[in-house]
Design a protein around this ligand. Structure first.
Ligand code: HEC
Length: 120
């Protein structure tokens, strides 16, 4: 009888361990998915407001291409990604007269472009 209980207890432990493992695997997949999409409204526009100001923001008096407008920004998505990956001092580098964006910030624009430059 003792052996039976030991066997049941062991099975329960193994089963529990297997379930716990599965759950963490699912959780990590979910978080990768959450970070793999970037949209204009949620991720890109706040970055533009912080980093491309005032030049590309008419509301701030900027007179360059209007990146507060989704349709216009979308048309320039590939050019934006190309220019922010240049080095300061290279012809065409953006943001002009500022430091290069961080790797994480560049990744946001890239992910946005990869997702067909979605609005939301
Ligand atoms: C200090 C002002 C300034 C800032 C800040 C700035 N830009 Fe620009 N941007 C310009 C000027 C001036 C031009 C036009 C000259 C050129 O094409 O290089 C331009 C042009 C561009 C173009 C080409 C647009 C077109 O109509 O062909 C893109 C794309 C661009 N910028 C992206 C960005 C992005 C993205 C940021 C922010 C991360 C940014 N810029 C920040 C001044 C700025």
């Amino acid at each position: 009888m003792k052996k039976v209980f030991a066997f049941l207890f062991l099975s329960a432990v193994i089963l529990f361990a297997a379930c716990a493992k599965k759950q963490t695997a699912t959780a990590s997949t979910a978080s990768t998915n959450a970070t793999s999409a970037a949209t204009y409204t949620a991720e890109v526009l706040p970055l533009i407001q912080a980093k491309c100001t005032p030049c590309h923001l008419p509301s701030k008096g900027g007179n360059k291409t209007n990146f507060e407008d989704y349709e216009i920004t979308k048309k320039h998505a590939a050019d934006i990604v190309r220019r922010i990956q240049m080095e300061p001092g290279q012809r065409g580098f953006m943001p002009a007269k500022h430091d290069k964006l961080s790797a994480n910030e560049i990744t946001v624009f890239k992910k946005w472009l990869d997702g067909n430059a979605a609005e939301k």
